[in-house]
Design a protein around this ligand. Structure first.
Ligand code: BGC
Length: 724
């Protein structure tokens, strides 16, 4: 049913303006357009983002994803009165994100201050079939009187912090163009828009404050609909040699096809995506909507045409974290793509492959060997974590240490490569690209591990684990176990290469220096890697239990984290954990880490100490709780993860969608509630559904076979066929 595919806002909720701009983002894996209104309002935060288009605003700042000049601006006046939700009377209002079709619509019945009542239907989409095309349509129908309708469409503005060499103009009264270049990074941009009005109206080309305007004035009788169509084409030097010429051609082709054809082909492309990625939940309408919402945002954010772009922590929907890419992509957002859209998953891993030189440079700068991936990454592969926080008004800035110390990301990337390989069976990718990542990150760990002679063990000191509340710890269980895992995976991959791709094995051994000495060092490091523990319970890091205990449970319910309430020194000296850390290890390694009782013992210690100060936390806790059979708790945590953006339960949805929470929600559903695993090339399931979920259905691709899994009250059904 349609309502299970639609996020709705009714009535207009101006107090949620910025949050809803994020929620109602449209996109196509190339471009993302926040759900700001065509007519613009004070306090709105419109943003038009294109994958990979980073620029450094000044020498002292890190690169950020730039706001591309707007194609969206459209002002409408009725008998001279400008349409706006803050003027006249809004008699009816409904905004809907139709996720099945990836179309944003708004219906408004409005009474102009000077009397007439007019119906507006807005619609917009970023074409999934032509990924450089954006389209919008507005139908304007005077209801009770004849009126004049004025339409004014603008292209621009370009923020001078990021853009230079801006050139704008008109090709015809209905067209506008814009050319520009990013100041520091030098990306060239070409944009073209075309305005079409039915019935035909006389169009005028003009300027507003230097930005090109296309306008028209038309008389409409009561009941007559004026249809305004605005098409935009956008190319950059990341995809085209001559972006202005490419934009011109793309626009001409799109307008020759016409809005209806563009709409149809866009929907057909989305039908194909959902055919594999949709998850159906019966018995819980909120859960159904929430899982689709999560998958929609991943599908609009996952880059299609650009191997040098990845999904930022805030997807392509907001300014948060400046568009930077974290481990959120590899360990949270990637899994649903590995299993349902493997081409998109591969593309994301290629981003890390192409940025190996940056990772090698970081290792060398820090005195290590191999590939040390940046904690935050943009378009070049260099470390882009800012060194300082932006101070709050009247407050002081704080040092950010993650760029130097949160080094587990290198193992996380290797884990993701291996995960993709195991599930897709894409040996070609592994031999050509993936193996180099797994091997060279192992080279890094081999050089980073410190030998403690007195204890005859390897340690990794002065790091930050996933729990970022503790900023300089020794022997983080997560980091050390993942480093050990990375080295062992490298030994296995090298072995596989030697057996199956001996030439490539030799080539990589030469290139990365994988001689017998290195390999025996790896074996020793893996064997003697120190993982602090107290019986069955891993120590999150050395000395964790010497810190002050805090009754985290007493602080629920709550939006701000304990760090936000009490400050950094408080969380640093306490046993409060920001997010899944040892619990994250359980999610990644399961019984490779230890038998079920051991996993449960660790859960019992760590789950109550977690403050879920990060949006990454709840879904992973839900997954692990479900696997441990703690269904009520798992469901509560699932709802917490589902509410990160839909309910703004971290209070910062305005900054952008939390891509990791979105990917985590799929993982909690499929790995947690459905208990998906594999044995003998077949999926295995260990379902623990919340009792009111009558049915859960999803599809997964495993080594060339598509499996449709249905878990219902009457049992589990898997139908299998070739994956297209
Ligand atoms: C989390 C990190 C995450 C980052 C970006 C931080 O608050 O602690 O794990 O990578 O946000 O989402």
């Amino acid at each position: 049913m349609e309502y299970k595919w639609c996020v709705r806002e009714t009535p207009f909720q101006p107090e949620r303006l910025n949050q809803l701009e994020t929620i109602f983002t449209i996109g196509n894996g190339c471009m993302g357009v926040r759900g700001s209104f065509e007519e613009g309002y004070p306090g709105d935060a419109p943003l038009f983002l294109i994958h990979g288009l980073f620029n450094r605003p000044d020498e002292d700042s890190v690169p950020e994803l730039v706001n591309v000049p707007s194609w969206l601006d459209l002002k409408i006046a009725i008998n001279g009165a400008t349409f706006g939700l803050d003027a006249g009377r809004v008699l009816g209002y409904e905004r809907t994100l139709d996720m099945r079709r990836a179309v944003l619509r708004r219906h408004v019945l409005w009474q102009a201050p000077n009397g007439p009542i007019v119906r507006f239907r807005f619609e917009r989409f970023a074409s999934m079939a032509r990924r450089r095309v954006l389209a919008m349509r507005v139908e304007i129908t005077p209801v009770d009187a004849s009126t004049t309708v004025e339409i004014k469409s603008r292209l621009g503005k370009a923020d001078p912090t990021h853009w230079t060499d801006v050139l704008v103009g008109h090709r015809s009264p209905s067209d506008a163009f814009l050319r520009a270049r990013t100041r520091d990074s030098g990306y060239r941009l070409g944009m073209e828009t075309r305005l079409l009005i039915e019935p035909a109206a006389q169009m005028h080309a003009a300027e507003d404050d230097g930005w090109p305007i296309n306008s028209a004035r038309i008389a409409a009788t009561a009941g007559q609909t004026i249809t305004v169509t605005k098409l935009a084409a956008v190319h950059t030097s990341r995809d085209a040699h001559d972006p202005p010429a490419a934009a011109r051609q793309t626009l001409d082709e799109a307008s020759a096809a016409g809005y209806s054809a563009l709409y149809r082909e866009h929907i057909a492309a989305w039908d194909k995506l959902w055919a594999h990625t949709d998850v159906e939940i019966e018995g819980d309408d909120f859960a159904q909507l929430a899982i689709r919402f999560a998958l929609y945002h991943l599908l609009i954010a996952a880059p299609r045409d650009d191997e040098r772009a990845s999904i930022g922590a805030k997807a392509l929907s907001g300014p948060g974290y400046k568009g930077h890419v974290f481990w959120d992509t590899e360990l949270f957002a990637l899994a649903p793509l590995i299993y349902t859209q493997p081409d998109l998953a591969r593309n994301l891993l290629m981003y890390r492959y192409h940025l190996l030189p940056g990772a090698r440079a970081k290792a060398a700068e820090n005195g290590f060997e191999g590939a040390m991936y940046p904690w935050e990454s943009a378009d070049t592969g260099e470390e882009t974590t800012p060194r300082w926080t932006t101070p709050p008004p009247g407050g002081h800035r704080e040092r950010i240490w993650t760029g130097e110390r949160e080094i587990h990301i290198s193992a996380d990337v290797a884990y993701a490569v291996d995960h993709y390989w195991k599930i897709s069976g894409d040996d070609n990718f592994m031999a050509e690209y993936g193996a180099e990542i797994v091997l060279d990150t192992a080279v890094f760990w081999g050089s980073r591990a410190e030998y403690n002679e007195a204890e005859d063990r390897f340690e990794i000191n002065h790091v930050i684990g996933p729990d970022e509340y503790h900023e300089d710890v020794n022997n983080s269980a997560f980091t050390n176990v993942m480093a050990q895992w990375n080295i062992r995976a490298a030994l296995d991959v090298l072995d596989w290469l030697r057996r199956n791709h001996p030439v490539r094995a030799e080539e990589l051994s030469q290139k990365l220096g994988l001689g017998p000495e290195r390999l025996s060092h790896w074996r020793e490091v893996a064997e003697k890697m120190y993982v602090p523990r107290d019986g069955d319970v891993l120590l999150e890091f050395d000395g964790f239990f010497d810190l002050e205990p805090v009754d985290v449970e007493a602080y629920r319910p709550r939006i701000p984290s304990l760090q936000a309430i009490y400050g950094t020194p408080f969380v640093q000296r306490s046993q409060v954990i920001k997010q899944a850390d040892v619990v994250m290890l359980i999610a990644l390694l399961g019984e490779e880490l230890g038998p079920p009782e051991m996993l449960r013992a660790n859960w019992d210690v760590y789950a109550p100490r977690c403050d879920h100060g990060s949006s990454l936390s709840a879904a992973i806790h839900s997954l692990v709780a479900a696997r441990l059979g703690l269904i009520e708790q798992a469901y509560e945590l699932w709802l917490m993860a589902a509410g990160v953006d839909l309910e703004n339960n971290k209070g910062n949805t305005a900054d952008g969608i939390h891509a990791a929470a979105a990917g985590g929600l799929w993982q909690a559903t499929v790995f947690g509630f459905a208990g998906l695993g594999f044995a003998d090339d077949r999926p295995t399931l260990d379902p623990h559904l919340p009792p009111h979920w009558r049915k859960l259905r999803f599809r997964i691709k495993y080594r060339g076979t598509l499996h449709e899994v249905t878990i219902a009250e009457n049992g589990v059904k898997v139908s299998s066929g070739p994956a297209s």
